[in-house]
Write a protein that binds this ligand. Sequence first.
Ligand code: NDP
Ligand code: OXD
Length: 314
Amino acid sequence: MAIGLFTPTWDPAQWLSTFRAHAPDIEIRAFPELGARGDIEFAVAWLPKPGSLQDLPNLKVIFSLGAGVDAILRDDTLPKAIPIVRVVEPDLTHRMSEYVMMQVLMHHRQQWRIEENQRAKKWDSFATPAASDFRVGIMGFGVLGQDAGQKLKMMGYDVAGWSQHRKNVPGIESFAGHGELDAFLARTDILVVLLPHTPETHGILNRALFAKLSRSGPFGAPILINAGRGKLQVESDILASLEAGELHGVSLDVFETEPLVKESPLWNHSKVHVSPHSAADSDPVHITRYIVHQIHRAQAGKPLDNVVDRKRGY
Ligand code: NDP
Ligand code: OXD
């Protein structure tokens, strides 16, 4: 019995040594050096090479090394009946909330303007609105969205969430489904996106959607923060909306194509803040512990947690 590690874009060394430390009883091998493929009972994957998870006759579970599983699901050769488990782990959740709180505050407090002023030695003590003056809308009100939403609420923001199904989170208004999307957008000054990428959410962040956001917030135009997936957004529409003043500012952690190409105008745009898909890193120690715990559960015949619903795609 062995674990197969499928992380072609990452250096496998750290994951191999973390797994060996946390599960010394289980052999772990990194693709493509899998040895006898029949030995592999558990696959651990991040952006696996399409086709690499097929022909593993004794595979029991595929573990994603992240919360999102879009890159695993888009492989047409993926074995059909094998459960896919995603990451739901406090360390990752807290990291995402750090990113969301930081970005919301950077926009709200106009921190980039302050830094520009410092460089120009300009003493410009402009008025700053209160957190309660901003209505933040979290699009994708799941594990990550709810944690970030609750923390923003504690900071004084007026928070709402949008998801497929209604949520019951004290003090946070929950909007559900397409029927309530427009009302959610109309009350949103700062849009935080933590949706998964699925056929339904592909390209959802487009100019038509931005036009439905509130124009009555402190800046007179809305702010977009996307840390969900790049394929949710239409980057040419983001640029056009910024140009037209329909968006006030944007923070993007994820992109249509990653890494973001050097030629992209997003890099140098004064109203766009780019980070390299680093909002919430998968920490090897925390995530390995989480996966090893689940492997031991599976070996004991107990049910797995956080199994992905393949039909809905997340
Ligand atoms: P969850 O599955 O817990 O939450 C997803 C949320 O999106 C749910 O509330 C779900 O609704 C909602 N949703 C999905 N599809 C739709 C739709 N068509 N219409 C309305 N709502 C929809 O996932 P997580 O919170 O754990 O993670 C969210 C995403 O964040 C990941 O899929 C990944 O893409 C991204 N991510 C990015 C990272 C980064 O570093 N940039 C790090 C980690 C994750 P419902 O609850 O009703 O089902
Ligand atoms: C994830 C990610 O899905 O890091 O966890 O993007």
